[in-house]
Design a protein around this ligand. Structure first.
Ligand code: UDP
Length: 363
């Protein structure tokens, strides 16, 4: 049973869904329910079938986790999976982990061991709790393994696999028709900035949100078009602050399907984001990211592909980087991704198959 609830989970678990084929029973909790964040993504990522669709989106966190856990537990009782797989740090991740744990079904956590060491983030609580109840911890990097060991987790539960985002990006980039996507928006390769913003600490704090959007406007005014696919949470907050005019100077879009987003990311001179996945994807497509946060659970890319900036630092830092962007892009093109070699999914699938295959005395 593979359980996900949000856009990044769909992206990173899709290669495993495809790899396991008919052996996988697929559950979507409905945490992201907007069609642009869910249905479009299933299609973009080649997930042809969701066996069980729940509808917990829009509820407060504890209610989302509680209801999803209860319904996933019912499905576990009914369908008796041999193994449950979750990914990342969302409410869906934690809910499914609880349901598997309560039923005594073996649980695997993809992207285990990430730590921002910031207890204000709900994501940090979700990932810590899931790591401590999962049986198999699929860590992307050795640093992630070290985080788990430091918390007293037994090394035998940990397997360093790389992050499936590497193969997810490569699958989307094969045969991509980027020129059309750029032409539709009137963009030149290496001539624009691509920005996303969705995290609670940025979007729900009006001064951070407004300062970041003013910085985007300043970057656009300096001659670098800023493409900004607007997350539903961000759009709702801007409307409630009566600040949608801050989108006027930007190329503001609805959330983009994955293949379109990656096409734009692959030719952006600079990405600006508070997303976790984008910090990883940037290392596969060789682009720099300014991360609008004061911590990151992905330190592997800091100082090479990524840099933390405050909303106030953003416009001057962008101006400095964009002023010498050619050499910066040339240098990044030579660096490997620290997040894996594109075979994480194959390793995870092999481990799961071995775990569920009947022992000699059973067969
Ligand atoms: N993404 C996308 N279209 C967009 C914005 C983002 O496909 O318009 C992708 C992006 O490539 C990344 C993922 O969505 O893989 C990031 O999701 P999100 O920022 O919601 O979550 P996080 O990565 O922080 O967990």
């Amino acid at each position: 049973m593979i359980v996900f609830g949000t856009r990044p989970e769909i992206i990173k678990l899709a290669p495993l869904v495809r790899e396991l084929g008919d052996a996988a029973y697929v559950v979507h909790t409905g945490q992201h329910y907007d069609p642009g964040m869910s249905r479009v993504f299933l299609r973009s990522c080649g997930i042809e079938r969701v066996d069980l669709q729940l509808h917990v989106g829009g509820l407060p966190r504890a209610a989302q986790i509680g209801r999803a856990a209860e319904q996933i537990a019912e499905a576990v009782t009914r369908f008796e999976p041999r193994y449950v797989v979750v990914q990342g740090d969302t409410n869906a991740t934690f809910a499914a982990a609880l349901a598997a744990n309560a039923a005594g079904v073996r649980l695997g956590h993809v992207e285990a061991g990430l730590r921002a060491n910031d207890r204000r983030m709900p994501e940090e609580h979700n990932r810590v709790m899931v790591d401590h109840i999962a049986d198999d911890l699929f860590a992307a990097t050795e640093a992630n393994r070290a985080n788990l060991l430091a918390e007293g987790i037994d090394d035998e539960r940990i397997l360093v696999t790389g992050n499936p985002v590497v193969e997810a990006v490569r699958a989307q980039r094969a045969g991509a028709a980027d020129a059309d996507v750029l032409a539709e928006l009137g963009l030149d390769p290496d001539g624009y900035v691509l920005a996303t913003l969705h995290r609670q600490e940025n979007v729900d704090t009006p001064e951070n949100l407004l300062a970041t959007l003013r910085a985007f406007t300043a970057i656009a005014a300096s001659g670098w078009p800023v493409v900004f696919p607007v997350h539903p949470r961000t759009r709702a907050m801007l409307a409630s602050l009566d600040a949608t005019h801050l989108l006027d100077a930007l190329i503001a879009e609805e959330p983009l399907p994955y293949e379109r987003f990656l096409a734009l990311a692959a030719h952006a001179a600079l990405l600006v984001s508070d997303s976790g996945g984008i910090q990883e994807e940037a290392t596969v497509i060789g682009r720099p990211v300014f991360v609008v946060r004061d911590s990151t659970e992905r330190p592997e890319a800091l100082g090479s592909f990524t840099r933390l900036v405050t909303p106030q630092e953003l416009a001057p830092a962008a101006s400095a980087l964009l002023g010498a962007i050619g050499p910066a892009l040339a240098r990044l093109a030579t660096l490997p991704s620290p997040f894996g070699d594109g075979h994480a999914t194959a390793r995870i699938a092999a481990h799961i198959r071995a775990a569920v295959s009947p022992r000699p005395e059973e067969s």
